[in-house]
Design a protein around this ligand. Structure first.
Ligand code: HEC
Length: 169
């Protein structure tokens, strides 16, 4: 490693830096850019999305794109109930929120099963749950792409659902 006179040669130093940086790697999670239209294991897809920042940000994008804001605003509620508080009519667990979005609910919540694939609904579930701090801050969105409309989801205090709740590590 040392060149003439005990001084490390430039190329040796460069090689060491290269090895060190490739060994450290970077801990970026997997981004599933092309979710299968019919996910073979919905439960696994749903569970994965609850712990994935990319999935949650995609959920946030879909929440606007599919006009959830039209009825729920940015979580505070309007025609539809608030999604950032402690009360849940149909349950706060991932499978319960999934069922709400897929099949709709009788008092005005439309069914989205014909418009979104399961993996996208799983992303929406993760985002909806992050609005009341039910997912870990590690994965919840830290900023908006546009105007800031409320505190970032990863800074929200947990709103314990009235009833059983699971999954926050
Ligand atoms: C046309 C208005 C409308 C749109 C659009 C809409 N919702 Fe709803 N949503 C409602 C209403 C009304 C309810 C309450 C239904 C009931 O009480 O039976 C509801 C209920 C829900 C619930 C259950 C809340 C609870 O307390 O259990 C969730 C979750 C939800 N909506 C998420 C979404 C998401 C995500 C989208 C976008 C993909 C969306 N909604 C789009 C009107 C809407």
């Amino acid at each position: 490693v040392t060149g003439r006179g005990g001084i490390p040669s430039l190329s040796a130093v460069a090689a060491l830096v290269l090895i060190a940086s490739s060994a450290a790697g970077c801990g970026r999670e997997t981004r599933n850019l092309h979710p299968a239209p019919a996910a073979s294991d919905v439960n696994a897809t749903l569970a994965d999305a609850q712990e994935n920042a990319y999935a949650m940000n995609e959920g946030k994008r879909l929440y606007d794109a599919f006009n959830c804001t039209g009825c729920h605003a940015h979580g505070g509620g309007a025609i539809g109930p608030a999604l950032m508080d402690t009360s849940w009519i149909y349950g706060s667990k991932p499978d319960e929120v999934f069922a709400t979005i897929v099949a709709g609910r009788p008092n005005g919540m439309p069914a989205f099963r014909a418009r979104l694939v399961d993996a996208q609904i799983a992303q929406l579930v993760a985002y909806v749950r992050s609005m009341s701090g039910l997912t870990s801050r590690k994965w919840a969105p830290g900023r908006n792409d546009s105007l800031q409309i409320g505190p970032a989801e990863n800074t929200r205090d947990r709103q314990p659902p009235r009833g059983p709740e699971v999954l926050r590590p």
